[in-house]
Design a protein around this ligand. Structure first.
Ligand code: SF4
Length: 99
């Protein structure tokens, strides 16, 4: 029997797919939340961010921008006018690999 048309035997996990991406991290953060005012930043981001950029330590929300997938979710669901969210400079940030 030919192997053509054979379905993948083992489904890929999201983590496996994410590891194929490449990041060209800019030294200037494209996300910034003032440490003295985290109002309007939902703690649920620790569960919702697809790449785990948000962590809760005590009552404080810590974040990193280096592994960001630029999905924009934290920008959309946050309501803090002092939060900065913009795309990384041209050519920087995540480079998706679909194969
Ligand atoms: S833009 Fe998306 S991937 Fe990036 S930190 Fe926000 S929620 Fe996470």
């Amino acid at each position: 029997m030919s192997s053509e048309g054979k379905v993948l035997e083992k489904p890929l996990k999201v983590e496996d797919l994410l590891q194929r991406n490449v990041w060209d991290v800019d030294e200037e953060p494209h996300i910034a939340i003032p440490s003295d005012d985290q109002s309007g930043i939902p703690k649920a981001l620790t569960l919702l961010c697809p790449c785990g950029c948000y962590t809760k330590v005590g009552e404080k929300l810590l974040y990193s921008y280096e592994g960001c997938l630029e999905c924009g979710l934290c920008r959309v669901i946050s309501n803090n006018p002092r939060m900065k969210w913009e795309y990384p400079k041209s050519g920087r940030g995540v480079h998706y690999r679909f194969t």
